[in-house]
Write a protein that binds this ligand. Sequence first.
Ligand SMILES: Cc1cc2nc3c(=O)[nH]c(=O)nc-3n(C[C@H](O)[C@H](O)[C@H](O)COP(=O)(O)OP(=O)(O)OC[C@H]3O[C@@H](n4cnc5c(N)ncnc54)[C@H](O)[C@@H]3O)c2cc1C
Length: 320
Amino acid sequence: MSEVLVLAETTAAGVRKPSLELLTAARALGEPAAVVFGAADDAVVAQLGEYGATKVYTVDAPGAGEYLSLPKAEAVVQIAQASSPVAILATSSPEGKDVAARVAVRLDSGIITDAVSVALDGGAVVGTQSVFAGRWLARSQVVRGPAVVTMRPNATSAEPAPASAAVESVSVAVSEGAKGAKVTSREAKVSTGRPELTDAALVVAGGRGVGSQEGFAVIETTADALGAAVGASRTVTDQHWAPHELQVGQTGKTVAPSLYLAAGISGAIQHRAGMQSSKTIVVVNKDAKAPLFQIADFGVVGDLHKVLPALVDEVGKRKG
Ligand SMILES: Cc1cc2nc3c(=O)[nH]c(=O)nc-3n(C[C@H](O)[C@H](O)[C@H](O)COP(=O)(O)OP(=O)(O)OC[C@H]3O[C@@H](n4cnc5c(N)ncnc54)[C@H](O)[C@@H]3O)c2cc1C
């Protein structure tokens, strides 16, 4: 079976959930082989193996961290040229897409971005994209080269399939051409202490119904009571009631948590595109005819400024 290269993203806490989803999706195409930039400790290798990686390439490229995505693209190209994979999968993050595009150009391969699933059809890789705010699915077949595919986080769920992962260290010399853009400083993002929106199991999201920036605080308080991430509609982020990075939807983030609690959000198609795959959807809206109720598992018709504080009180009592 051919290898499928999976560009794995890691943090101090281990392998990121979108990368575990990629390993799961890769199993439909061939044998997943993870590519990790820098050293991979035993815990990372074990986690990659738990989700089906039979091989872990650890890329040792001295100084690569000082430059943008080019050294990573060069490393992936070198591994692909040596291993002839059937496909190369990356997360649809800004960096994932940047690396994937450069890899596709250098390998003269077809690329599919923002796929929600991948499959083999007669030996060729087919990627499915959800387009026009989720109203249509477009299937495309890659007809040249190892298929390069970036996949949307949360499009599939990460399912374990334990394998024993062999580690192979790859040395890459960063070319002069890859040193065109240098990282001059790094500033750690101030942590809110809340889970990352795209990785979270629980999300509490607020819309225009919160009424103001101050009104958005009830969304944060509810999220904190439940240990959830905070999300928002575009109306809220456009008005700067919440940061843009919290926007859920067609032009924001795609989430698929176990629980999505939407308060004061009407349910425009562009918002639904980013959350409709959530396992359980709870809607709080004072208008019983709000379209989001159509896809809700549970709904409360009422003023969110009364319903959410009552929920927080109840959660507090039960935590006791
Ligand atoms: C190209 C394009 C891309 C877009 N991308 C996105 C996207 O990624 N994400 C996104 O969210 N939108 C996106 N939009 C915007 C989208 O069309 C809607 O305008 C937006 O989602 C509406 O946000 P909202 O539900 O917060 O506001 P509204 O539609 O105004 O709804 C507010 C809701 O709050 C309810 N409400 C009011 N007060 C209360 C209260 N006290 N208690 C309870 N309920 C209350 C109202 O009944 C209403 O249903 C996009 C639009 C376009 C054209």
